[in-house]
Design a protein around this ligand. Structure first.
Ligand SMILES: [Ca+2]
Ligand SMILES: [Ca+2]
Length: 405
């Protein structure tokens, strides 16, 4: 082995492999030592931005003699630790840094390019100024809202009334019922929720169920207002790909059309005592499926269908299977309902990392932060006498938010 040590590291890797599988009788290969990689960085010395604003820091990086090695990037700032000693806090690992911070100050941002064992560093200064505005951790502005049918939705005769009531509930810390599959709401924060590197960023709290009231987790989509027009444009939305996203039972681009129940039709009683009207509310989907939602005896006086909606309406999203098990020997009076592991609202840990966002093809996207969040019900299931699985929104907040001093 000793005779090989004069060669470069690259060659050692290759030779070690041969040494394991072959005896020493193999003829020597003469390989020129590889040239060391060289890295050159051009980075502007100063940037300026307002707090919660995004500035793109885009260095020019030239690498020679990389010998097939891929470069890695690291952006960091110095942050005072609990002991008062400044430590490097990593804030990015892609070539371009989308810098955003909640605190007005001067930041020295360090940049490292690493190729194999060669490291090149550069730094720049970012001046972050105040905006004069005050901010809140919670998303309090409702932009859009449409519940799916459900026994617990708030009914109003016009869409405007329903919207106003939901907006007021959000601002006053109340709740908003979303019904069953596809029911949604879109809310806006008053600041861009920062996608903190390597950390979860916001949380979606939903009402928690009981023995008789069962709720569904909710799916989440996020939008960064990239064009700064204050609106969530169609091409700015990305879905949070949680634990169920890649499962074979998950149906992307699912569409469910609900039909308004005929108020004068006679109820079609089922065989079980709670089945008040088994033909109550018809639905069809875009997978050739169809069926009817049963009205339960307890809710017989409730209108499940939003009164302000016309004869039919369609809701869309990714449909996720949720385990639902009758534990009442088929009487339909008691159920165990499963949950999802991570990446959804209304689960044990409803904190979301913005880095889980994916595009329409399921490809990960990097967002510096998000301004808008859509919450929708991804399940379509009923739990017998306890009626439809629905979801009830309570609160959404930026978990890394620090109130201005
Ligand atoms: Ca994050
Ligand atoms: Ca926009």
């Amino acid at each position: 082995m000793k005779k090989y040590l004069k060669y470069s590291l690259v060659v050692i890797g290759l030779v070690s492999f041969y040494a394991c599988s072959n005896d020493d009788s193999k003829p020597e290969e003469i390989v020129e030592p590889a040239k060391e990689a060289t890295i050159a960085i051009k980075l502007a010395s100063e940037f300026a931005v307002q707090k919660y604003g995004v500035v793109s820091i885009d260095p020019e990086v030239t690498i020679e003699n990389a010998n097939g090695k891929t470069e890695t990037y690291q952006w960091s700032i110095k942050v005072a630790g609990k002991d008062g000693v400044a430590k490097d806090s990593i804030i990015g690992d892609s070539k371009t840094l989308l810098f955003i911070t909640p605190k007005a100050a001067d930041y020295t941002v360090d940049f490292k390019v690493i190729v194999d064992k060669i490291v090149k560093q550069a730094s720049t200064k970012v001046t972050v100024s105040e905006t004069g505005k005050t901010y809140t951790a919670k998303a309090l502005t409702l932009l859009d809202f449409l519940p799916a049918p459900g026994y617990n939705i708030d009914n109003y005769s016009t869409k405007e009334e329903a919207f106003e009531a939901a907006q007021q509930n959000i601002q006053e810390g109340g709740s908003v019922a979303l019904g069953t599959f596809g029911g949604y709401m879109v809310t806006a924060f008053d600041h861009t929720v920062i996608n903190v590197h390597g950390k979860r960023d916001f949380t979606v709290q939903m009402a928690t169920g009981s023995t008789t009231v069962k709720y569904s987790p909710v799916s989440i989509a996020v939008a960064y207002d990239a064009n700064k027009n204050g609106k969530a444009d169609e091409n700015e939305w990305y879905e949070i790909a949680g634990s169920e996203y890649h499962k074979s039972t998950t149906v992307k681009n699912y569409e469910l059309t609900y039909r308004k129940p005929n108020a004068s039709a006679s109820p079609v009683t089922g065989t079980l005592p709670w089945q008040y009207d088994t033909a109550y509310l018809s639905w069809t989907d875009n997978k050739n499926g169809s069926g009817k939602i049963t009205k339960t005896l307890t809710r017989r006086r409730v209108n499940y269908y939003p009164e302000w909606q016309t004869d039919t309406y369609t809701l869309k999203g990714t449909k996720i299977a949720i385990p639902v098990k009758d534990v009442s020997d088929g009487a339909g009076t008691a159920f165990n309902v499963g949950t999802f592991d991570w990446g959804y609202g209304g689960i044990a840990d409803p904190t979301i990392d913005i880095s889980w966002a994916v595009d329409k093809d399921g490809k990960k996207v990097h967002l510096p932060g998000i301004d808008f969040v859509k919450v929708y019900v991804p399940t379509f299931a009923a739990v017998g006498a306890n009626d439809l699985l629905t979801a009830v929104f309570e609160e959404m907040s930026d978990i890394n938010f620090k109130a201005a001093k």
